[in-house]
Design a binder for this molecule. Structure first.
Ligand code: UD1
Length: 386
């Protein structure tokens, strides 16, 4: 590990924008502070997510420091949101002269800040590089491909990512397999997870519903491909209603999904006391709900990984995944969004046919340490040649 004299380097500008970024950045900031205390950091929040439910609660749960700068871009079309992040991030880069810009994941803020930095010759570090669904209709896939093309240092979570990057012509010496920072957060916070009964009670729901021997299923849903079309969403909700007759369900509702359910007048499908609808949950509540669930139905990327780490069966309502290790080694099964397929796979798990899975390589709670150690040796050399 090399040490820096204070003032020697510009800050490592760490960017977060949306909910799935927060649990990835928290362990990185902690590892930077612990292992490279003289290396300055600056936490920039783009403001892509801004609600108390989608933002503030997660910051508190993850013990994230308040952002040094909040760009407050808010919601908008992809073009508007991406452009607005770029417009507001550029003066920050001009003023602070970062030694590098560190981005995580695949949201619009990830790509927007990458583009600003790379065009100014500032090194870009991408955490969670190389994941590919090979489905360009996903906005995240476009963000991933473009960010990786121009990033200088790429940290990967699973070995398949290096193969994807090699196929896209990215030199192997830019790529470093470190493991999964999202699992760093999970292992760190596992002892603090909130009990599901307490979470339901706090939300005004009846904890008795999930106290029975059947347990409960947990639902998260927010992908445009599942929630933006009435026929697709109605088929999924219809399947959930049927499943709830045998397995009580807890549904943590994303704002995009809530808007669709309201706009398409689909509330009647959820109008049963066997389905508890909750607002977006804090990190510790979600961790408790996932860890204790009989099964999880989701279209989230992070939840596929978290359920694998927790050993809880996961049915992913997508045709593909950019996280194949969760299917090959973990507890994840792809079911798509066909109602009959969802019912069938849930029935199979309830009949005892579920994957037990194992913990993937380097999902050991030390990914952020590996990133910081590598960064500390790589960055001075990169700046010397710039
Ligand atoms: C974004 C990310 C997605 C990630 C997801 C997690 C992109 C392209 N998508 O999708 O990868 O999995 O976050 O949530 O970056 N809204 C609120 N409060 C908020 C934020 C959003 O009510 O704090 C509402 C807004 O009305 C907005 C809608 O939710 O229009 C969608 O938010 P947006 O950030 O555009 O996309 P997500 O679907 O959240």
């Amino acid at each position: 590990m090399s040490a820096y004299r204070r003032g020697e380097l510009g800050p490592v500008v760490c960017v977060v924008g949306a909910r799935p970024n927060f649990m990835k950045m928290a362990p990185i900031l902690r590892a930077l502070a612990a292992r490279q205390p003289t290396l300055p950091t600056l936490l920039v929040h783009t403001g892509q997510h801004y609600d108390r439910d989608m933002n503030d609660r997660l910051f508190e749960d993850l013990r994230l420091p308040l952002p040094d700068i909040n760009l407050e871009v808010g919601s908008g079309s992809h073009a508007v949101q991406t452009a607005e992040v770029m417009r507001r991030f550029e003066p920050v880069v001009d003023e602070r002269q970062p030694s590098c810009v560190l981005v995580v994941g695949d949201v619009n803020s990830t790509l927007a800040c990458t583009l600003v930095a790379v065009k100014k010759g500032i090194p870009v570090v991408h955490v969670e590089a190389g994941l590919r669904s090979y489905d360009r209709s996903m906005p995240e896939e476009v963000n991933r491909v473009l960010t990786d093309q121009v990033a200088d240092r790429l940290y990967t979570t699973e070995r398949s990512a290096a193969d994807n990057l090699a196929r896209e012509g990215i030199a192997a010496d830019r790529v470093h397999f470190v493991g999964n920072v999202m699992i760093d957060s999970l292992l760190d916070n596992r002892p603090l997870a909130r009990a599901p009964a307490a979470t339901l009670g706090a939300a005004g729901a009846d904890p008795e519903l999930i106290a029975g021997p059947a347990g409960y299923g947990l639902i998260t849903l927010h992908r445009p491909s599942n929630v933006d079309k009435v026929a697709v969403l109605a088929a999924i909700l219809g399947a959930l209603r049927d499943i709830s007759a045998t397995l009580p369900l807890v549904f943590a509702l994303h704002p995009r999904t809530r808007k669709s359910i309201e706009g398409f007048a689909l509330w009647p499908l959820l109008d049963t006391r066997r389905i508890v609808v909750l607002p977006p949950q804090g990190y510790l509540e979600m961790l408790g709900l996932m860890a204790n669930a009989r099964l999880v139905l989701t279209d989230s990327g992070g939840v596929q990984e978290e359920t694998t780490a927790l050993g809880v069966p996961c049915l992913t309502l997508r045709e593909n995944t950019e996280r194949p290790i969760t299917v090959e080694q973990g507890t994840n099964t792809l079911v798509g969004n066909d109602g009959a397929a969802i019912r069938r796979e849930v029935a199979a798990i309830l009949a005892g046919r579920s994957k037990s899975g194992c913990l993937p390589e380097r999902w050991d709670g030390r990914a952020a340490e590996r990133i910081v150690d590598d960064l500390a040796s790589w960055l001075p050399g990169r700046l010397a040649v710039a």
